[in-house]
Design a binder for this molecule. Structure first.
Ligand code: GLP
Length: 242
């Protein structure tokens, strides 16, 4: 595991963007695993800047997102599909047909999860997976549990996650209670993983993930078993590591 400690969010974002940019330059038709949430926004802004400068070309890039709220359409402003269009897809030359997310409108959870796993396999797997981390140590929407979920599945969101994500919604009742997410097995099959964390509210989760026991009670801790993980986090996120 390579661990980088940055001064602040901006430096974390720039460093993360440079890793994605290098991946795209080395393999222009790579498969990126992408994440939502506030953490990767600065990284996406930096990638857009490089695209606008003419130094980055997304024309062959393919992407698969980690997760999506169940019950929201792609056009819903709170959906992760909408988020990705706003922050990245709509601002660079990636082909929309090369971008994949779970379909939140599918009510047959089993069929949708199988379809999404097949999409990832058909693309040849993920070259570089970007991850944020939840305050409770979740990755994607893999919440603390008694065991690690292997494949894409439908989850019930925990009160902690609903509480953390309500800031994006008008009221807490509007936060969907379920989501589709890649499983821990899906994430662990990515060839490389980039974990980002910013802010003191992630400090305990990050410490546990990097230095605590590997346990499904703190899903990000499984990353200790992945052979190629890069962690970039700012000082505030490292504040619990002494
Ligand atoms: C959400 C997402 C995760 C994300 C996490 C942290 O629930 N499903 O993929 O990493 O929460 O979000 P943020 O970056 O806004 O703190």
């Amino acid at each position: 595991m390579k661990i980088y400690r940055t001064v602040d969010y901006q430096e974390m974002s720039r460093m993360a963007a440079s890793i994605l940019a290098a991946q795209i330059q080395q393999k222009p038709d790579c498969v990126l695993g992408l994440a939502t949430g506030s953490t990767p926004i600065g990284m996406y802004d930096e990638l857009v800047r490089q695209y606008q400068d003419g130094t980055l070309d997304f024309s062959l890039v393919k992407s698969v997102n980690l997760d999506e709220y169940k019950g929201l359409t792609r056009e819903d402003e709170q959906s992760y599909s909408y988020f990705m269009n706003q922050h990245l897809f709509g601002r660079v030359n990636i082909h929309p047909e090369n971008t994949y997310l779970p379909d939140g409108t599918q009510t047959d959870a089993g069929a949708e999860c199988t379809r999404y796993e097949e999409v990832i396999s058909r693309l040849g797997g993920v070259d570089l997976q970007v991850l944020g981390i939840g305050r409770n140590g979740h990755i994607g929407f893999n919440e603390p549990a008694d065991s690690f979920a292997r494949a894409t599945h439908c989850v019930e969101l925990t009160p902690s996650t609903i509480d953390a994500n309500k800031r994006f919604f008008e009221k807490e009742e509007d936060v969907p209670r379920q989501a589709y997410t890649m499983g821990i097995g899906t994430i662990m099959r990515a060839r490389r993983i980039l974990l980002l964390a910013s802010g003191a509210d992630k400090a305990e989760a990050l410490r546990g993930a990097l230095y605590g026991p590997v346990t499904p009670r703190l899903p990000a801790s499984i990353l200790q078993f992945h052979p190629d993980v890069t962690v970039i986090a700012d000082e505030a996120a490292f504040s619990a590591v002494r």
